[in-house]
Structure formats: C-alpha cells, structure tokens
Design a protein around this ligand. Structure first.
Ligand SMILES: NC(=O)C1=CN([C@@H]2O[C@H](COP(=O)(O)OP(=O)(O)OC[C@H]3O[C@@H](n4cnc5c(N)ncnc54)[C@H](OP(=O)(O)O)[C@@H]3O)[C@@H](O)[C@H]2O)C=CC1
Ligand SMILES: O=C(O)[C@@H]1CCC=N1
Length: 283
C-alpha cells in the first residue's frame, strides 16, 4: 500500500471484542482501518450510535451495530469512546454501572477530555488509555499518540499500540502533551486538505484541469511527507534542495514568507491546542 506509514503489519488477529460508543467519522476511520489491516474481524466490532442513518453506514462496513451504549459495554473487552467531548461525561455515567474494571479497557479519543475526568466517571480501578488519533487511520496512514491512565497496565498500552500501529504510527507520551498533539496531528489533516485544495485552485488558475491539479497537489504532499519520514533529513534541508538559485521555487517561497505562511500554520496549531484545552476544561 503506497501511502502506508504503519510500522507493524497485522501478524495475527486479536480475539477481543472491540466496541465503539459513537459511530461517527473517527470511529468509522478506525474501524475500517482495523478491519482492512486484518487485526480485527468485522464481526468482533460492535458500534453504538444514536443516529439510525449512521448505523446504516456502519452496517455497510460489516460491523455489528446497536443503539444501546450499554450493550457495547456488556459485550466488549475494549471500548473506544468516540463521541464528541461534550457527550463523554453523559455516556460514561450511562454505562458506568456495567463496567467490569479488572476486565475492560476504556480508550477515549475525545479531544481535550482528561484521563482524570474519564476515571472519575467510571468505577474505581477502571483501566483507561487516552489517545489522539487522526482520520488517515482509514488508509493506514494515521498518526496517533496515547497516554496511560492511572490503572492502565503494560498489556493495555501494548494492545492499544498494536491496534493503532496497524493503521499508522502510534507514539506514547505523557498526557500533558496530548492537546498539542491534537493541534498538530489530530486536526492536522484538515490543514493538509485545505493546502491540497488551495494548491489545486492555484493550478486551475494557471490553466490545469481540476482533476490533474488535485492529483498533483495530493501526490506532492504525500511525496514530501514520505521524504521527511524516510530520509531523516531536516525539512528545511529538503526545502533548500528544491530551491534552485534564481529559480521558480525561491520566487514562490518569497511570497509564502512575505504572507506569513509559517506563522499562520504555527498560529493554527496554537489555536487548536488552546481549543482542546478549553474543551477539556468544560468537561
Ligand atoms: N474527526 C476527527 O478527525 C477526530 C476526532 N476525534 C475525536 O473523536 C470524537 C468523535 O469525533 P467525530 O467522529 O469527528 O464526531 P462525529 O460527530 O462524526 O461522531 C460522533 C457520533 O456520536 C454520536 N452520538 C452522539 N451522542 C451519542 C450518544 N449519547 N451515544 C452514542 N452515540 C452518540 C453522534 O450522533 P449525532 O451526530 O446524531 O449526535 C455521532 O454520530 C470526538 O471526541 C473528537 O474530539 C479525535 C481525533 C480526530
Ligand atoms: O475538530 C475536532 O475537535 C476534532 C479533534 C481533532 C480533530 N477533530
């Protein structure tokens, strides 16, 4: 698979039931990614959502569906909390009485929501891991970072890492970095999509057909990203290698620098990070 950045393929399937509470965009990306990696069978995934329309979409991927969050907790070994941050507390309170702390693992992917607030809504001793994934998990090119809760054991982090590494990279960090991770890689695909769209617009402005312009823009970002990951060279050095003296690229770079391209991206990461902190504070 060309775009794959995962470091570990699925050598074997895991025989655990994986539940998702909330079957929206991120749950679908992860579930589809787990299935296509081969690590989890579709029949071992159960997803709950309150929208019938969403359940139909999920059924199309072959997973089991339900409108009952409680059923997910009753039937799953690992439960991914994939609802919006402002719904997490409500959902955890709804299912808390059914949790078997020593046997189940809760994985929250909600932006900003702290491990402490998750643990407070679940029975004492519940194993919790907080993760910030991103949607490219859908195509095995995800970037995720995880942080362990106070009761999580090595087996929990190993399981989460095994799952997430089949759909991309998965690093471990202290929880204090997860909001900044959200600013860079959780929200980052949106910045990249906007960049691809804008490059394509530029191409169309200069006379390229739309399909060609979009394909070239996307492949260029993909190629540049692969060069950073695979050569180990500093991105600044790779940029210099494209800029010929008096050439086209340095003329374009001058425009980007004058318009504050780098500062804009840094501000964007800061804004998303601060928003994640706000979401956490209000939960
Ligand atoms: N999208 C992304 O790129 C990323 C998202 N995340 C995190 O993942 C989480 C989910 O985000 P995303 O997938 O984008 O959101 P979506 O809105 O696409 O999905 C959430 C789903 O949960 C459903 N839902 C709402 N309330 C309940 C409930 N009480 N019980 C069961 N299901 C419910 C929603 O239904 P309805 O719409 O009808 O309310 C919706 O279908 C968020 O916390 C977000 O911070 C993390 C990383 C990246
Ligand atoms: O926009 C959001 O809040 C979520 C979290 C990271 C990506 N999407």
């Amino acid at each position: 698979m060309d775009v794959a950045t995962n470091t570990k393929g699925a050598e074997e399937q895991i025989n655990k039931m994986v539940g998702f509470i909330g079957g929206g965009r991120m749950a679908q990306a992860m579930a589809k990614g787990f299935i296509s990696s081969g690590l989890v069978r579709a029949k071992n995934i159960l997803v709950s959502d309150n929208s019938e329309e969403m359940l139909h979409i999920l059924e199309d991927i072959g997973v089991n569906t339900t409108t009952s969050n409680k059923e997910v907790v009753q039937k799953s070994d690992l439960i991914v909390i994939a609802v919006k941050p402002n719904v997490v507390g409500k959902v955890l309170k709804e299912v808390a009485s059914l949790v078997v702390p020593e046997k189940q693992l809760f994985v929250s992917i909600a932006a900003g929501v702290t491990i402490k607030s998750i643990e407070q809504n679940l029975p004492a001793g519940t194993h919790v891991v907080r993760v910030m994934p991103n949607t490219p998990a859908l195509v095995q090119a995800g970037a995720a970072v995880m942080a362990s809760g106070s009761n999580a054991v090595l087996e929990d982090t190993a399981l989460v890492q095994a799952l997430l590494r089949t759909v991309g990279i998965c690093e471990e960090s202290s929880e204090s970095l997860l909001d900044a991770v959200t600013g860079v890689s959780g929200s980052g695909p949106a910045y990249a999509f906007a960049a691809i769209e804008s490059l394509s617009d530029g191409g169309v402005k200069m006379g390229l057909p739309r399909d060609l312009a979009t394909k070239l823009a996307a492949q260029t970002l993909l190629g540049a990203a692969k060069m950073v990951l695979e050569t180990g060279k500093h991105p600044g050095q790779l940029k210099d290698e494209v800029c010929s003296p008096s050439g086209t690229t340095i003329a374009a770079m001058h425009v980007l620098e004058k318009k504050g391209f780098r500062g804009i991206l840094m501000d964007a990461v800061e804004a998303a990070t601060l928003r994640a902190k706000e979401l956490g504070a209000s939960n």
